[in-house]
Design a protein around this ligand. Structure first.
Ligand code: PRX
Length: 635
């Protein structure tokens, strides 16, 4: 019998040791006993971090939707799979059973097929958090099409880049979306994006806000009439374990976004096994993750992980502040949520509006609280623990990445003693390593270095779509035979990990990964701008906010600076999305550079953090004089 559900600390250590000593036996048992395969594997694992190439369960055949849907029908067909909680609290919530979800997915899958989508085709999904989003994702998986969900807060340019990078044949979108009191014209954004995308032949449009939109004849189709006509039966395509399941874009420190490719068998096993344990999900629980399915958290822990375990998962369309900051608590009370998984930025925003708001709601159903996306600061951790969990619900601070597919370092609730700001212990099967500046692994405890992973795990991304060299260079070239995460971490005296943050030019703003290069590229498009550099600085709600240092061309010098600031932020919104807007913009006559011409962001970061005492020696710079000017005018 495999250890699918870890129940106490001794068991964790015992299973962890087994997963490290005999990884193949371990994962073979988990995969074999808890999932539905059309054919089992010929080989559990083959790997080479030099190439890099990783294959799990090679030779196995399956369809992930048979694991998320079909196999539950006999035992829990009438159980709620998804609770849809709309943006407007007065609109009734929708409870979708496993049977209903199964039928909706089949219908959608049949529509995809009738529109010419075949196994291996890429389908871009640009939808708000409505049931069609989960259904579209599963429908793609059902027929073996590769979904590429793009978060519906991205701009038309960002959407076009992602569609073109993977040559999507279809876009699934809606007439618009609700976001608190606002509506967003999603179809308009898609239309604009598609002016730059030749690969897209069909656009399916779900109706959500009933707005007037234009439909391009021969390309755009309303989804509902097609669904109405489609059969609710359908066989799942039989996939190889290593066939791509989806592409999900994430920012890199340079260049265009990276389309991380996740494959079918390993991702399924890993997302499901981590879900079960990191949240201690038990039958009857109601689990709610507040992320958007446009991010990896939503893929693994709203859709695939929960459904593969036959769980009830809440999908929330709205925002924490609408109609007021009590909305999250109201939803927890209403649906008797047992596991609640959110981001530190949301916790800080809620804390700012006071714990009093919580008092009028009954949160006694809660058993586990989760945190993800960025380091959780001590204050936010305690606020969450005291006011939301009432010191009874353990907080699982889960560290992981788009690239890792699932949770990598986390406490297991009621198993691992928690410690504020610590992600604590590696998950089963995960072998972290901390590296020093010379590239040597730091052994023992009480050390701090760069976080790597030494051994493959089933959920890891296999490549970057269309660019395997970049995959190797980004993740496998910094340290030999190790996956480099881009994060720094420390290991305390008992072996607990604390993630200290990114060590590259990725900045995490409100839990969203933003690369500095694409933002600088957007700014530099402004005709008045000569050059720019973006750094992060601490922000009490967002965790980090963006600070831009911008030098202007001569003709820009005479422009009104506040207007310029607005124009620059507008440009960033258009090119990337509102999440990448700068909080502070300082115009400077120069940017500090090394003699080889590289911008010294370290100095700019310190100035933005108002930490100018430790700038170090700036005399070796190409242009040391500009540093004082920047300090004098810092915002
Ligand atoms: O820096 C780490 C931070 O988020 C990065 C990954 O971002 P993304 O791919 O968008 O995935 C976010 C959701 C899984 C990591 O490299 N991060 C994520 N979770 C934590 C975290 N930093 C500290 N603590 C965490 N729990």
């Amino acid at each position: 019998m495999s250890n699918y559900h870890i129940k106490h600390l001794e068991e964790y250590y015992q299973v962890y040791r087994k997963s490290i000593r005999e990884p193949e036996n371990f994962w073979e048992e988990i995969a074999g006993e808890h999932f539905l395969w059309r054919k089992k594997w010929d080989n559990v694992l083959s790997w080479d971090f030099k190439k890099p190439e990783v294959k799990w369960f090679e030779g196995a055949k399956l369809n992930i939707t048979e694991n998320c849907l079909d196999r539950h029908l006999a035992t829990r067909g009438d159980k709620t799979a998804i609770i849809f909680e709309p943006n407007n609290p007065n609109e009734p919530a929708e409870h979708i059973t496993y049977w209903q979800l199964y039928k909706r997915v089949n219908k959608f899958a049949n529509v995809l097929k009738s529109q010419g989508i075949e196994k291996g085709d890429r389908v871009c999904i640009y939808l708000p958090m409505i049931p069609e989003l989960a259904v579209a994702v599963l429908a793609c998986a059902r027929i073996g099409a590769i979904h590429s969900v793009v978060f519906a807060g991205f701009s038309s340019t960002a959407l076009a880049t992602r569609i073109n990078d993977s040559n999507c044949k279809m876009v699934v979108t809606s007439d618009g979306s609700y976001r608190g009191a606002k509506t967003i014209d999603l179809k308009g954004i898609v239309d604009e994006a598609l002016e730059q995308c030749d690969s897209v032949k069909t656009v399916l449009v779900a109706k959500r806000i009933n707005s007037e939109i234009s439909m391009k004849s021969g390309r755009d189709y309303w989804l509902q009439p097609l669904l109405d006509e489609a059969s609710d039966e359908g066989k799942a395509e039989v996939m190889n374990a290593e066939d791509p399941l989806f592409i999900l874009y994430t920012s890199g420190s340079t260049g265009k976004p990276k389309g991380m490719v996740h494959t079918t068998g390993g991702y399924m096993v890993y997302s499901a096994y981590t879900f079960k344990n990191a949240f201690q999900y038990r039958d009857g629980d109601v689990y709610w993750c507040t992320a958007d399915i446009g991010w990896i958290t939503g893929h693994s822990y709203i859709v695939y992980g929960p459904l593969a375990n036959g769980a009830t998962t809440v999908m929330f369309e709205g925002v924490p502040s609408y109609p007021d900051f009590g909305r999250f608590w109201e939803i927890i009370q209403k649906h008797k949520v047992t596991q609640f998984y959110t981001a530190p930025t949301a916790i800080r925003a809620l804390a700012k509006h006071g714990a009093e708001l919580i008092e009028s709601f009954d949160l006694s159903s809660l058993k586990v609280l989760g945190s993800v996306g960025e380091p959780i600061n001590e204050e936010a951790w305690h606020w969450y623990n005291d006011n939301v969990g009432k010191r009874k619900s353990p907080i699982v601070d889960t560290w992981w990445q788009t690239e890792t597919g699932g949770i990598m370092i986390t406490p297991i609730p009621y198993v691992t003693p928690t410690k504020p700001t610590y992600a604590t212990l590696p998950f089963i099967g995960i072998q972290p390593a901390l590296m020093d500046e010379k590239g040597e692994e730091l052994k023992g405890n009480q050390v701090e270095g760069r976080l790597c992973i030494k051994f493959p795990w089933p959920g890891m991304a296999r490549t970057i779509w269309g660019n395997h060299d970049r995959y190797r260079d980004t993740y496998f070239s910094a340290y030999e035979d190790k996956y480099f995460t881009g994060d720094g971490a420390l290991r305390d005296e008992v072996g607990y990990y604390r993630i200290t943050g990114r060590v590259d030019d990725v900045i995490i703003v409100s839990g969203h990964n933003l690369g500095t290069a694409p933002i600088e590229d957007a700014i530099n498009e402004h005709p008045a701008v000569a050059e720019s550099a973006i750094v992060g600085f601490p922000h009490d709600v967002k965790g980090n906010a963006l600070y831009g240092y911008i030098t202007l061309k001569d003709e820009g010098e005479s422009r009104d600076q506040n207007n310029l600031r607005k124009e620059i932020n507008h440009l960033i919104s258009e090119r990337i999305g509102p999440i990448a807007k700068l909080d502070k913009i300082q115009f400077t006559t120069g940017l500090p550079k090394t003699r080889s011409g590289k911008i010294m962001r370290r100095i700019l970061r310190k100035i933005a953090e108002k930490n100018t005492d430790s700038l170090g020696d700036t005399s070796t710079l190409l242009n040391p004089d500009c540093v004082q000017e920047i300090i004098d005018n810092a915002l």
